[in-house]
Design a protein around this ligand. Structure first.
Ligand code: FAD
Ligand code: SF4
Ligand code: SF4
Length: 439
C-alpha cells in the first residue's frame, strides 16, 4: 500500500463499498494501477455493516472482508481512506483529483491497532457503527474488521486529557496533525459513491426519530449482526426482548411528499430477510410487514418471499402511521384495512422498523461536472446498452451511485464499469479513438 510520490494512476475509484472494491480489483488484476479514495476511516461501505444478505443469508462480513483484504494487499491498488474529494476535473487530457486527507490525529504508519488508547480514553460517544445503541471512545478503531486497523480521534468529543498519547506504545498520537492536500492524476475514474438512507427527520408521521422503539432497518441490521450492540435482539427503550415486531414498507420511497417518487428496490427484500432472521432468533415473536406492494424481482427472490410467508411472517397491505407510544413503551400504529372493509385499525407492536428509502451517497455539485438525473443519482445517458457510462469521457459509474441497487447488481455493474474503463485505458495507450479525442 505504499503511495507513489507522484500520485499517478491509471484509474481512480471513488468509494470503497462493494461496487468500488469490485471495480478496483477487476482493474488491478488486469495490471492497471488503481487508487481507491474513501471518505470513511475504513473501506467496505454499507455491506460490511450488514448482518446477513438476501437471498442466500450469507454472513455479510464473511463475504466482504476477503474483498477488502484483497484490495488492501493488492500490489496495484493504493487506498486513501478518510479523504474528502474536493475536485475532479480534466486537465491536459488527464483527470486530476484534489483530495483533503482529514487528520486522524494518529499516525497511520506508527499505529499498530493495539487499542491501548481506546481502553484508557475516558470519553464515551454513541457509536454510529452500532446504530447508536452502544458507545465507543473518543479515540477508536471504527469496527472490529475495519481496514485499515488504525485508530483515529473524534476531535468533536476529545477532551485532550492526554491519556491516549501517554499509553500508546508507538507514540502514534499527534494532537497537532493538520489536514493534508493531495493531488492524484489518472486517465480514468469510476464513481462508486453508493447511497445513504433517507433521514428520519423528514418523516413527522414516523416520529422524526424521537421514538426509541421506532428504528431504521439499518439499525436492525446491527441488532441482528453477530457483533451487534447487545449480541441479541432487544428493543432499545428498556432492553425487553420484543414479542411483536412490525415493518413499515416504503417509509420514504414512492412518496412525493418527501421528494422520493421512485422505488428503492432493496427494501422489500431486506425486510423479508430481517423478518426471517428475527423469526429465527425469536421463534415465538410475531413479525408483521405492512406493505404497498412486495417487489421480489431478482433470481431466487420470489421463493425467498414465499419461504418467509411459510415461516408465519404476516404481510398486511397497508401504509400505517404512528399514533404514539403506549404506556409499556410499545408503538401504536393506525392503518386502513385495505384488503378487508377499509376500516381504521389500531395495532400495537413492541418494536417498529422503518424500511427507509435510498438516496444518493454523494452529489458531484461543486466537485466535478458530472450530471445527475432527476432522482439525484449519477446520470447514465445510455442506461440500457452501457449502464456504467456517464456524460464525462473516461468517467464511469458503478453500484448504487447510479441508482438504488442490491449487491448482486452492484457487483455486476462494477465488473461492467471496470471493463469499460479498461477498454478506455487500452484505447488511450494505443493513442487513438474518438473517445479519447473527446476527452
Ligand atoms: C438496511 C439495508 C439492508 C440491505 N441488505 C441487503 C442484502 O441483504 N442484500 C443485498 O443484495 N443488498 C442489501 N442492501 C443494499 C446494499 O447495501 C447495496 O446494494 C450495496 O451496499 C451497494 O454498494 P455500493 O458499493 O454501490 O455502495 P455503498 O455500500 O454505499 O458504498 C459507497 C462508498 O462510497 C463512499 N463515498 C461516498 N461518497 C464519497 C466521496 N465523495 N468520496 C469518497 N468516498 C465516498 C462511502 O463512504 C461508501 O464507503 C441493503 C441496504 C439496506 C439499506
Ligand atoms: S494509537 Fe497507539 S495505542 Fe492506539 S491503537 Fe494505535 S498503536 Fe495502539
Ligand atoms: S486525549 Fe482525547 S482521545 Fe485521547 S484519551 Fe483523552 S479524551 Fe480520549
Amino acid at each position: 500500500m505504499d503511495k507513489p510520490s507522484a500520485h499517478e494512476y491509471d484509474a481512480l475509484v471513488v468509494g470503497s463499498g462493494i461496487a468500488g472494491l469490485e471495480a478496483a480489483l477487476n482493474l488491478a488484476d488486469q495490471d492497471f494501477k488503481v487508487a481507491i479514495v474513501e471518505r470513511d476511516a475504513s473501506i467496505g461501505g454499507k455491506m460490511i455493516r450488514l448482518s446477513k444478505v438476501f437471498p442466500t443469508l450469507d454472513c455479510a462480513s464473511c463475504i466482504t472482508t476477503p474483498k477488502m483484504a484483497a484490495a488492501a494487499h493488492h500490489p496495484n491498488i493504493t487506498i486513501y481512506t478518510y479523504c474528502e474529494l474536493r475536485s475532479l476535473e480534466r486537465q491536459d487530457n488527464r483527470l486530476v483529483a484534489r483530495l483533503r486527507q482529514k487528520p486522524r490525529y494518529v499516525s497511520v504508519e506508527k499505529c499498530i491497532g493495539c487499542r491501548q488508547c481506546e481502553y484508557q480514553c475516558p470519553v464515551m460517544v454513541p457509536d454510529a457503527e452500532q446504530g447508536g445503541f452502544a458507545a465507543r471512545k473518543a479515540i477508536y478503531i471504527p469496527f472490529s474488521n475495519a481496514i485499515p486497523q488504525k485508530a483515529l480521534i473524534d476531535a468533536d468529543h476529545c477532551i485532550l486529557c492526554g491519556r491516549c498519547a501517554k499509553v500508546c506504545p508507538t507514540k502514534a498520537v499527534n494532537y497537532l496533525e493538520m489536514p493534508e492536500d493531495l493531488v492524484l492524476q489518472s486517465d480514468a475514474a469510476i464513481i462508486a459513491t453508493g447511497y445513504e438512507v433517507t433521514p428520519l427527520a423528514n418523516k413527522p408521521q414516523y416520529g422524526n426519530g424521537s421514538l426509541a422503539n421506532v428504528i431504521t432497518a439499518m439499525q436492525m441490521e446491527r441488532l441482528l449482526a453477530p457483533h451487534g450492540p447487545y449480541n441479541r435482539l432487544l428493543r432499545p427503550s428498556d432492553g425487553k426482548q420484543p414479542d411483536a415486531v412490525a415493518y413499515i414498507q416504503c417509509a420514504a420511497s414512492r412518496d412525493q411528499t418527501v421528494g422520493i417518487p421512485y422505488c428503492s428496490r432493496v427494501c422489500c427484500m431486506y425486510t423479508i430477510k430481517q423478518a426471517m432472521l428475527i423469526s429465527g432468533a425469536l421463534p415465538l415473536a410475531d413479525v408483521t410487514v405492512y406493505y404497498i406492494d412486495i417487489r421480489a424481482f431478482g433470481k431466487g427472490y420470489e421463493q425467498f418471499f414465499q419461504n418467509a410467508q411459510a415461516m408465519g411472517i404476516q404481510f398486511i397491505k397497508a401504509k400505517p402511521a404512528i399514533a404514539g407510544n403506549a404506556v409499556d413503551g410499545s408503538v401504536v400504529l393506525r392503518y386502513e384495512a385495505q384488503e378487508e372493509d377499509g376500516r381504521i385499525v389500531t395495532a400495537q407492536h413492541d418494536l417498529v422498523v422503518l424500511s427507509l428509502g435510498l438516496v444518493p451517497g454523494w452529489s458531484p455539485q461543486g466537485v466535478c461536472s458530472l450530471a445527475c438525473g432527476a432522482d439525484g443519482f449519477i446520470k447514465t445517458p445510455q442506461p440500457k446498452i452501457a449502464p456504467s457510462l456517464t456524460e464525462l469521457p473516461g468517467v464511469f459509474v458503478a453500484g448504487a451511485a447510479a441508482g438504488p441497487k442490491d449487491i448482486v447488481d452492484s457487483i455486476a455493474e462494477a465488473g461492467g464499469a471496470a471493463m469499460e474503463a479498461a477498454n478506455y485505458l487500452a484505447t488511450r495507450r494505443r493513442g487513438g479513438s474518438a473517445l479519447v479525442a473527446a476527452a
